[in-house]
Design a protein around this ligand. Structure first.
Ligand code: CAA
Length: 296
C-alpha cells in the first residue's frame, strides 16, 4: 500500500515556490485550485481532470494538534506538497513558537473541545490564509486507566477532545465547504480504535467513534466533492507513545510485524494522499498504517 502511495505522491507536480507562505503574493499551484462551479447547482460535482483545473491559488489546509508529533509531520508534508498550511494547538506556546519559527507555518491556539472556540479559530485562519479546503483532525489526548479506576473526568476529557473536537472542527468548516463544493476531511483515528487496548476504554471509544463519524460525513458530502476519510495509525514515535510504560510498550511491539514504531512522517504520507484533489473517489475509508498488523 505504501509503495502505491509513494508513487502517487511522487508523481504530483510540486508548488513552484513552496517557501512563500506569508500570503502576500499569489503562488502558482499545479496541484490545487478552487473549482469554478455554480453554487446553486444541485447535481453531484464530478472530479475535474488535473489539466482542466484553473491553477492560481494553492489549497489551504488546517491541522489540529499540528505543532508536535504526528500533527507537525502532517503540516510539513502538506507544506511540501504545495498547500498553504495552518497549525492549531492547545496551549504549549513555546513548542508552537519553535515550530512556527522552524517551518514558517503559522500557528493558532484554541481548544478543539470548545465549539465556539473552533468557529472563532476557523474564522481567524480563513482571514489569514483564505477558505479552508482541508481539515486534518489530529488533536488528541490520552488519559489511560483501567475502567475500574477511570474517573468520570478521564472519560469525559478524552471523549470531548478526541471525538468532540472532530465534530466541532467539521461543524465549523462544513457549511463553507458545501458552498464551495470542495473539501477534504482527514480524521486521525488509531489502531486502538479498531482493536481496543487495555487501559483505553475512553480513547478506543473516541477513536472508534471517529470512524463512524467519518463514514457518515462521507455520505453527506460525497455529492459535493467533500470527502471524509480516517487514518488508523499504529504506535508512532511521539511523546504520547513515549509515555507508555516501557514493559507495556515492549509487549505491544511484539504484536507489530514491522517490529518498530512508525515515524510520524510515515503517517503524514497517508494524509497527503487522502487530501489530494484527485483523491475525490476515496471516501469513507479507514486507512490502517500500522506496520502490517492485520485487523479484520
Ligand atoms: N490483556 C489483558 N490483561 C492485561 C493486559 C492485557 N494486554 N495488560 C495488563 N493486563 C492486566 C494485568 O495482568 C493486571 O491484572 P491483575 O489486576 O489481575 O493482576 C491488570 O490488567 C492491571 O494491569 P496493570 O498492572 O498494568 O495496571 P495499571 O493500573 O498499573 O496500568 C495502564 C494500567 C497504565 C493503563 C496499563 O494497562 C497500560 O499502560 N496500558 C496500555 C495503554 C496504551 O497502550 N496506551 C497507548 C498510549 S499511545 C496511544 O494511544 C496512541 C495510539 O493511538 C496508539
Amino acid at each position: 500500500m505504501l509503495g502505491a502511495l509513494a508513487v502517487t505522491i511522487a508523481a504530483r507536480p510540486r508548488l513552484i515556490d513552496i517557501k512563500t507562505h506569508d500570503g502576500t503574493r499569489p503562488i502558482v499551484n499545479p496541484v490545487g485550485s478552487q473549482p469554478k462551479v455554480d453554487p446553486e447547482a444541485s447535481r453531484p460535482c464530478p472530479a475535474q481532470p488535473m489539466s482542466e483545473r484553473p491553477s492560481i491559488v494553492p489549497r489551504v489546509a488546517l491541522v489540529t494538534g499540528g505543532t508536535a508529533g504526528i500533527g507537525a509531520a502532517i503540516c510539513e508534508a502538506l507544506l511540501a506538497a504545495g498547500y498553504r498550511v495552518a497549525a492549531n494547538y492547545a496551549s504549549r506556546h513555546a513548542v508552537a513558537d519553535a515550530f512556527a519559527t522552524r517551518t514558517g507555518i503559522p500557528v493558532f491556539s484554541w481548544d478543539v473541545a470548545d465549539l465556539e472556540a473552533c468557529a472563532a479559530g476557523v474564522a481567524r485562519v480563513q482571514a489569514a490564509l483564505g477558505p479552508i479546503d482541508v481539515v486534518v483532525n489530529n488533536a488528541g489526548i490520552t488519559r489511560d486507566a483501567m475502567l475500574h479506576k477511570m474517573t468520570a473526568s478521564q472519560w469525559r476529557e478524552v471523549i470531548d477532545v478526541d471525538l468532540g473536537g472532530c465534530f466541532n472542527m467539521c461543524r465549523s468548516v462544513m457549511e463553507g465547504m458545501r458552498e464551495r463544493r470542495f473539501g477534504r476531511i482527514v480524521n486521525i483515528s488509531s489502531v486502538n480504535g479498531l482493536s481496543g487496548q487495555v487501559g483505553q476504554t475512553n480513547y478506543a471509544a473516541a477513536k472508534a467513534g471517529m470512524i463512524g463519524f467519518t463514514k457518515s460525513l462521507a455520505l453527506e458530502g460525497a455529492a459535493r466533492n467533500i470527502t471524509a476519510n480516517a487514518i488508523a495509525p499504529g504506535y508512532t514515535d511521539t511523546a504520547m507513545v513515549g509515555a507508555v510504560r516501557p514493559d507495556v510498550l515492549e509487549q505491544i511491539l511484539k504484536s507489530v510485524p514491522a517490529g518498530r514504531l512508525a515515524a510520524p512522517s510515515e503517517i503524514a504520507r497517508g494524509v497527503v494522499f487522502l487530501a489530494a484533489d484527485d483523491a475525490g473517489f476515496i471516501n469513507g475509508i479507514t486507512l490502517s498504517m500500522n506496520g502490517g498488523k492485520y485487523l479484520s
